[in-house]
Structure formats: structure tokens, C-alpha cells
Write a protein that binds this ligand. Structure first.
Ligand SMILES: [Cu+2]
Length: 148
């Protein structure tokens, strides 16, 4: 009886420890995520085909599409940014899971990064997308629309 009670107590303590550990882990992960990405900025680009000049975290960049984006039609995404080590792009829709649309941009010249992008068709018929660019530690969101 006594041993049983002891085992129960140990089990409860262990469960509590695991729970606290999980909570602490989740909090640490969140802090890590926040410090890793210093800023998320949403930027309006009038015309991504003519290229969009952006200044973020003291870094000047230029973002452009090679053609008017349209679902299932490949286009080139070009980002001009000097002095960055990693550029990646992902495409999202607000409040709608559109699957994995993630691209690692490849440096094609000094400070010029590119990826060939193919956007999926939206089952809801929406055309509003958000390009999320990650340049090292900075994240930039650029809303745009696809053509029919
Ligand atoms: Cu959609």
C-alpha cells in the first residue's frame, strides 16, 4: 500500500516535470524564433514586374517578377540584395492553407538571387497572394495578385 502510494506520487511528480519541461521548451522556442527573426515587415509593391525597391533593416533590395504572375505559369522571381547569405521565398494566402510553396533562391550573379516559381491554382478562386521573403534574419511580406 505504502509502495503503491509512493509510486503514484513519483508518477505524478514525473508527469508534472514533463509538462513543465514541455511548457518551458515551447516558451524557449518562441523566444528563439523572435530573436532569430528581428523583423517582419509588410511592404506594398505597386508593380512587381517593373521591380520594387525596398529598404529593410538598412538593406536595400529590389524584388521583381519576370511576368505577371498567373497560376501554373512559371515565372522568375529575382531579388537583388548585396551582402546577404541566404534568400528564400514562400507564397501564402491569408487564412488559407495553400500547401508548401517554398523556394530557396539561387545566386546567379553578385547580389542577384533567383528562383523559378510556379503557383498553384486556388480552389476558392482567389488571386490574392503574399510573397514572404526571408533574407538572412529579415522577413518581408509583399502582397500581390495573380492574373486569371
Ligand atoms: Cu487559396
Amino acid at each position: 500500500m505504502n509502495a503503491e502510494r509512493k509510486a503514484l506520487r513519483v508518477g505524478k511528480a514525473l508527469g508534472m516535470a514533463i509538462l513543465l519541461g514541455a511548457v518551458a521548451g515551447a516558451m524557449l522556442f518562441q523566444i528563439f524564433q523572435q530573436t532569430r527573426h528581428q523583423s517582419v515587415q509588410s511592404i506594398a509593391c505597386e508593380n512587381l514586374i517593373q521591380s520594387c525597391r525596398i529598404s529593410v533593416d538598412g538593406q536595400n533590395l529590389e524584388v521583381s517578377f519576370s511576368a505577371t504572375p498567373s497560376a501554373l505559369k512559371p515565372f522568375l522571381l529575382t531579388v537583388k540584395a548585396v551582402g546577404v547569405e541566404n534568400v528564400s521565398a514562400s507564397f501564402h494566402m491569408a487564412n488559407m492553407e495553400m500547401g508548401m510553396n517554398r523556394y530557396a533562391l539561387i545566386p546567379v550573379a553578385e547580389g542577384v538571387w533567383q528562383a523559378k516559381v510556379i503557383l498553384p491554382v486556388c480552389v476558392a478562386g482567389r488571386r490574392d497572394w503574399i510573397l514572404v521573403l526571408t533574407l538572412d534574419e529579415s522577413i518581408i511580406q509583399i502582397p500581390f495578385a495573380t492574373q486569371k
